[in-house]
Design a protein around this ligand. Structure first.
Ligand SMILES: C[C@](O)(CO)[C@H](O)COP(=O)(O)OP(=O)(O)OC[C@H]1O[C@@H](n2ccc(N)nc2=O)[C@H](O)[C@@H]1O
Ligand SMILES: Nc1ncnc2c1ncn2[C@@H]1O[C@H](COP(=O)(O)OP(=O)(O)OP(=O)(O)O)[C@@H](O)[C@H]1O
Length: 299
């Protein structure tokens, strides 16, 4: 079975307070977007033990036998597309698998991850893969977890993960795990997403912030038309991250110069998105950067 883990953007983000566990309470709006990875699991009985055709690299062997044949209850992990930092066994997809394997008996599987969502971008790419892996295992092997049970398990894998189980526009509080779906439709806007060649560590970004109560609650701002957001909707990560990486600030400025109704960094960066009423002339405008566009936000 195959699925397509999507990215998210944050519409406003207030870091409200520091918690005793070292994490932070925040307020943000999560909005799913159409930039997607592809994630497939195939029970080995269907593929035999051969390496799948067209996959250039065998990237992980944890749990496999020396000749790369999976042993019972084990897996093989194939990753293509954008390379992912770190050892394959630390991939969030594998962490999801391990989490479920502590509770349920799973057959041997081959896992294929095609990475299209850049990392260190504030787009939640790794978190989405983790959440979709939980969903995929649940559906493929009929494990019987409810959505709420999956969300609780997702929260153990990362603060952004529960959102991707819900995967619809939501107001988030707590560490990002308390989610309330909201009615918000941006499909009349075009989205332009720009990710410079800068990786922002989420942990470091939080360490640069002095938490504070927001001037205006996000819930109120988001009800106003996007044309008013430029003045009202703030991402608390922007000032410290812009100071450290002025190029990210320049990208936001450029998106406004190109006519964006609203432009902001997503999450802790480094990607920046702009909402447009009409498609701007963006081709060639961000040479050397990762650029993605969609004629309807959310599709
Ligand atoms: C910036 C956001 O993307 C906004 O949606 C998220 O808050 C980040 O969520 P995430 O990447 O899933 O975060 P995790 O992988 O759970 O945590 C990475 C690090 O970020 C910090 N962290 C994360 C979430 C949070 N509410 N408070 C934190 O202080 C912690 O230092 C943690 O060690
Ligand atoms: N499946 C995965 N895809 C991407 N990164 C992964 C994955 N599994 C583990 N990681 C690790 O997580 C780190 C952060 O990747 P991620 O794609 O979640 O970026 P992010 O933009 O920081 O996300 P967020 O919006 O949650 O802050 C990567 O540098 C990588 O080491």
């Amino acid at each position: 079975m195959i699925c397509f883990p999507n990215a998210k953007i944050n519409l406003g983000l207030h870091v409200v307070s520091r918690r005793k566990d070292g994490y932070h309470n925040l307020e943000t709006i999560f909005y799913p977007i159409g930039l997607k990875d592809a994630l497939e699991i195939v029970p080995v009985v269907e593929t035999g033990a051969k390496k799948p055709a067209g996959v250039p690299e065998f990237t992980a062997s944890t749990g496999s036998t020396a000749d790369n044949k999976p042993s019972p209850g084990k897996y093989r992990f194939f990753q293509t597309g954008i390379p992912i930092e770190g050892a394959p066994e630390n991939n969030l997809v594998i962490k999801s698998l391990h989490l479920i394997a502590t509770e349920k008996k799973l057959p041997e599987i081959d896992i294929h991850l095609l990475k299209k969502i850049p990392s260190g971008a504030g787009l939640g790419g790794g978190s989405s893969d983790a959440a979709f892996m939980l969903r995929l295992l649940n559906e493929t092997f009929d494990l019987g977890y409810s959505k709420e049970e999956l969300m609780l398990r997702a929260a153990r894998l990362g603060a952004d993960c529960p959102f991707f189980i819900l995967n619809r526009p939501a107001f988030a509080t707590g560490t990002g795990d308390e989610l309330e779906p909201i009615e918000l439709d941006l499909s009349n806007y075009m989205l332009l997403l720009v990710k410079p060649d800068i990786m922002v560590s989420t942990k470091e970004a939080y360490a640069m912030i002095t938490p504070r109560k927001p001037d205006l609650p996000l819930r109120e701002i988001i009800r106003k038309p996007p044309e008013t957001w430029r003045e009202l909707l703030k991402n608390d990560f922007e000032p410290p991250v812009f100071k450290k990486f002025p190029e990210i600030c320049r990208i936001r400025q450029k998106l406004y110069e190109m006519g964006a109704v609203y432009a902001s960094m997503s999450g802790s960066g480094s990607s920046v998105f702009g909402l447009f009423e009409e498609e701007p002339d963006w081709r060639g405008a961000f040479a050397g950067h990762f650029v993605w566009n969609s004629d309807k936000v959310g599709r």
